[in-house]
Design a protein around this ligand. Sequence first.
Ligand code: IDP
Ligand code: MG
Length: 162
Amino acid sequence: RPAGLAPLQAHSEQTYIMVKPDGVQRGLVGEIISRFEKKGFTLKGLQMCICDKAKAEEHYRDLEGKPFFPNLVDYICSGPVVCMVWEGTDVVKAGRNLIGVTNPTDAAPGTIRGDFGVEVGRNLVHGSDSVENGEREISLWFGGTDTVEWEPTMTPWIKELS
Ligand code: IDP
Ligand code: MG
């Protein structure tokens, strides 16, 4: 930056992204990770687990009372999920753009749900809807401990601002 100009701040933040059981069973884990990697985001946490009912209910607590809630909890607990923390500029919003809208029927081609999904109850992947919910979800799934501090050497080729 030229002298005298304050450094500009990029909106670097983290989001919680999860490949749901249908995405794992359909062999789309690599595809989904690849889309976030190629976009230029940084993987800061990665683990696999089988979710229990209590955790699924906590994760989706804002949707408790919806008619589809019991099926949603069963779906999320129906097989292994791949849990990830991704970091980057505006990654919460950009991550949801990569994923596509909730119903795969309406999701644009080029998005994960638009390219691979058919029904709202099998929409392959989760992404946090706000920075605050991202923080809540990361601490729920990662306990705040299992993420990794690192910075890719290519960062200056992805981000003008730091
Ligand atoms: P999002 O995943 O796009 O943020 P939310 O409204 O937060 O969408 O809903 C969480 C999840 O609940 C969805 O991804 C989908 O799996 C499921 N879901 C949402 N609406 C419906 C519905 O109308 N029928 C069945 N499942 C639904
Ligand atoms: Mg949501």
